[in-house]
Design a protein around this ligand. Structure first.
Ligand code: ADP
Ligand code: MG
Length: 811
């Protein structure tokens, strides 16, 4: 029993993080990883969280003495796991973490010296150890498979014949496995290297054509390592088998944080199915491990809920030595994802595996498979299906007409059975045939000799390379496998991909004369075959004339060169970015031509996928800007015209209103004359309610409802009572006295001025007793009206005093 080994690795800042001036929130010391919360108050409890792992790898900056290089990581984890596989254990290493955190870098790495990841290093070491073994009694054999799990479906990356999705099945003896997944025999590290390379090419082609990203798929590279030992003294052959599973998981970021919508979200959800199930499995296993061992409750581990966990079942808490590497970003902006990765890793630490040495596993399996096959054949015989070997050695299933005697016994047996039972027995028969076929396939595989395996592997390689050649993809960098061009001299397109591990792995040569680019559906065979969004059957041609390459687009084909849409033939300069359709991004290289000068960029800036995308956006953005400016001008022009018309209209309306104002003014003057006449009237003169409609202000025709008449009449009564009688009447009635008083004052040189004023009786300015209104307001009125009275303000300019008189006093 041993726990899962867990390591955490922090990578350097990427360009985006540098650009955004991110802070490093990860600290490491010994096996401990500490994460600081950029939002938490410094020094508080929420500020820092600390985790202990088997290893904490500081790969943030190379100059640090604590820096963990690819070889350090390999020495700790890879070497130990390889040792276990020599002992005969199954081993598994999987990389977990958000997209861009360094999973592929850790597992695969880059081709340059010192940059290779765990997978190539393990393979190299494996063959080195095999070579170094002097023991002639031991025979080694190595086979590999490479698959991708995308949307819960399995794709074979090494065999182009397995175009569709492979079936994941379960065998009672073998457990879950992928049917027909090719297991290829390899004899050297170079063989494996080529297979990985071609597998990655296949993955990239598929991903580009379908506009998928590898961040959503899981890549599983498996090495089947067998050691046969012949013991002379006993004359016995023993065998140890180890399965080495190396898994680069899909990005662990949550679907919502990637802004995934629609289909993408669905894909995310599907992939999350594998990842979330992995999470659930890990949690369940961790719980079991932490629980009291005597706990009787049979814990349910949801292995079956996803393809990934189902296939890796043994590696998760079963017969395996397992290690997990959690890749993390150092940047503060990724705090949430990083913390969740650390928690995940923390849980994985608790998982306990029970690895056993797989001794003579194959022999036992063959024996059991044979027994099973025998049983199944018998079962089928009872169902009237004969199984025998055809002339080509293939198994043939024949529905045999039952003999008379058999029919009698059958009929007797079935006498009491109904039809439903008979159908059930046919499905049983179908299942048995299916099972039998599967078992026979497995046993055939196990019985295959090494020479046969090598032959099959070679046949698949030829097929695979033929498929690449048909697509125009060079298989080896020297181009030898695909054609006669010499790569160092031949102009070519190299693919760029959002995922750095998929970038620059596909090379398309541009031969002398015309190189046609289109899809497989074209009538004319295309030299370079692409597919996916906006790729025409005949998309474009590259014409190579004495080393000068001209790109000619076909009618309506979507092509961008250096971010600009191309509709006419264009001569390509080396280093140019070429985008065909929506997803196919390339850099054009012409080794003989001088390098094209790039605008607005430092020579150090890599011409990668990001560069091409930003350029595309910028250039398309510039064009958009021009377009916007044009539209803006049009809009302004339109606005100007509209404004002119509006101004004109406004001027006319203004004149019209002025005329009406004049008319109204006249009316008001006439009215005020009438009103001054009214001032001599008493309220009683207005008793006839209809009178208001005689008022010249209301001479317009009015067709009010009865209710409106009523309302108007009520309003009139109130107004008459409170306003007209109390204030206006007072003013108009005493104006003459005021005028007279002022005249007298001037005449007598009294330097006293009289004017009307309104005084309100409030708490703060109570009216003098003599100014209090004489009449008491109707008590039935709502609330008492404010006691506002007309008074006379007497300004004594000589003494600088102001007095208030009542109207009575004025009189
Ligand atoms: P993932 O597979 O998790 O999405 P990658 O492995 O592709 O992420 O890493 C993203 C980028 O960061 C790549 O360009 C890779 O080369 C770089 N990178 C990741 N980890 C390291 C590291 N430890 N040292 C240097 N570069 C790294
Ligand atoms: Mg990756």
């Amino acid at each position: 029993m041993s726990s899962v080994k867990v390591a955490v690795r922090v990578r350097p800042f990427n360009n985006r993080e540098i650009g955004r001036e991110c802070k490093c929130i990860i600290e490491m010391g010994g096996n401990t990883t500490v994460i600081a919360n950029p939002k938490g108050p410094p020094g508080s409890k929420e500020d820092k969280k600390s985790f202990n792992f088997d290893y904490s790898y500081w790969s943030h900056n190379e100059d640090d003495p604590e820096f963990s290089s690819q070889s350090i990581v390999y020495k700790d984890i890879g070497e130990e796991m390889l040792e276990h596989s020599f002992e005969g254990y199954n081993v598994c290493i999987f990389a977990y973490g958000q997209t861009g955190a360094g999973k592929s870098y850790t597992m695969m790495g880059r081709q340059e010296e010192g940059q290779e990841g765990i997978i190539p290093q393990i393979c190299k070491d494996l063959f080195k150890r095999i070579r170094d073994t002097s023991n002639a009694e031991i025979k080694y054999s190595v086979e590999v498979s490479y698959m991708e799990i995308y949307c819960e479906r399995v794709r074979d990356l090494l065999n182009p014949k397995n175009k569709g999705n492979l079936r994941v099945r379960e065998h009672p003896l073998l457990g879950p496995y992928v049917e027909d997944l090719s297991k290829l025999a390899v004899t050297s590290y170079e063989d494996i290297h080529d297979l990985i390379d071609e597998g990655n090419k296949a993955r990239t082609v598929a991903a580009t054509n379908m506009n998928e990203t590898s961040s959503r798929s899981h890549a599983v590279f498996t090495i089947f390592f067998t050691q046969q030992r012949y013991d002379e003294t006993t004359d016995l052959c023993t065998e140890k088998v180890s399965k080495i599973s190396l898994v680069d998981l899909a990005g662990s970021e949550r679907a919502d944080s990637t802004g995934a919508k629609g289909t993408r979200l669905k894909e995310g959800a599907n992939i999350n199915k594998s990842l979330t199930t992995l999470g659930k499995v890990i949690s369940a296993l961790a719980e079991i491990a932490s629980k009291n061992k005597k706990s009787k409750k049979a814990d349910f581990i949801p292995y079956r809920d996803s393809v990934l966990t189902w296939l890796l079942r043994e590696n998760l808490g079963g017969n395996s030595k397992t290690a997990m590497i959690a890749a993390i970003s150092p940047a503060d902006i990724n705090y949430d994802e990083t913390l969740s990765t650390l928690r995940y890793a923390d849980r994985a630490k608790q998982i306990v595996c029970k690895a056993i040495v797989n001794e003579d596993a194959n022999a036992k399996l063959i024996r059991e498979l044979k027994e099973e096959i025998q049983k199944l054949r018998e079962l089928l015989k009872q169902e009237g299906i004969e199984v025998h070997e055809g002339p080509d050695g293939k198994v043939v299933y024949e529905k045999r007409e039952p003999t008379r005697a058999e029919e009698v016994t059958r009929n007797n047996k079935e006498n009491n059975e109904n039809h439903r039972m008979r159908t059930a027995s046919t499905t049983i028969a179908e299942e048995a045939v299916d099972q039998l076929q599967a078992s026979e396939k497995l046993i055939a595989e196990l019985n295959e000799t090494w020479e046969e395996k090598l032959k099959r592997t070679e046949a698949i390689r030829i097929q695979r390379e033929a498929v690449f050649a048909e697509m125009g993809v060079a298989v080896k960098e020297d181009g030898i496998t695909v054609g006669v061009f010499s790569p160092k001299r031949t102009p070519h397109l190299v693919n760029l991909n959002e995922d750095p591990s998929m970038s620059e792995c596909l090379i398309y040569y541009i031969k002398d004369g015309a190189t046609r680019v289109g899809s497989a559906e074209a009538n004319l065979p295309q030299d370079v075959q692409l597919s996916g969004s906006h790729i025409k059957p005949e998309h474009c041609t590259f014409e190579n004339k004495d080393g000068v390459i001209t790109l000619t687009p076909m009618n309506g084909a979507l092509i961008y060169v250096n971010g600009r849409e191309v509709i006419e033939p264009i001569v390509l300069k080396t280093g140019s970015r070429v985008i065909l359709g929506k997803n196919h991004v390339f850099r054009f290289n012409n080794p003989d031509a001088p390098r094209e000068k790039r605008e607005n960029s430092s020579p150090a800036e890599p011409v990668d996928w990001n560069y091409a995308q930003i350029e595309l956006l910028e250039k398309q953005g510039v064009d958009l800007k021009a377009e916007m400016e044009k539209r803006l001008l049009n809009l302004e022009e339109q606005y100007r015209k509209e404004k002119e018309t509006a101004d004109q209209l406004f001027e006319e309306q203004r004149k019209c209103y002025e005329a009406r104002i004049d008319a109204l003014q006249k009316q008001v003057e006439e009215q005020s004359m009438t009103m001054s006449m009214y001032s001599s009237y008493t309220p009683e003169d207005f008793n006839n309610e209809d009178d208001i409609f005689v008022n010249p202000l209301f001479d317009a025709e009015c067709n009010w409802s009865e209710r409106e008449y009523e309302l108007a009449a009520t309003a009139w009564r109130k107004w008459k009572h409170h306003q007209f009688t109390s204030l206006r009447d007072d003013l108009w009635g005493n104006a003459i006295f005021l005028k007279e008083a002022n005249a007298i004052s001037v005449e007598l040189k009294k330097k006293v001025q009289f004017q009307f004023t309104l005084l309100t009786d409030t708490l703060y300015s109570p009216l003098p007793v003599d100014l209090r209104p004489a009449i008491d307001y109707d008590t039935d009125d709502e609330g008492a009206p404010s006691k506002t009275v007309v008074a006379v303000e007497v300004q004594d300019t000589k003494n600088g005093a102001t007095h208030y008189w009542s109207l009575d006093k004025l009189r």
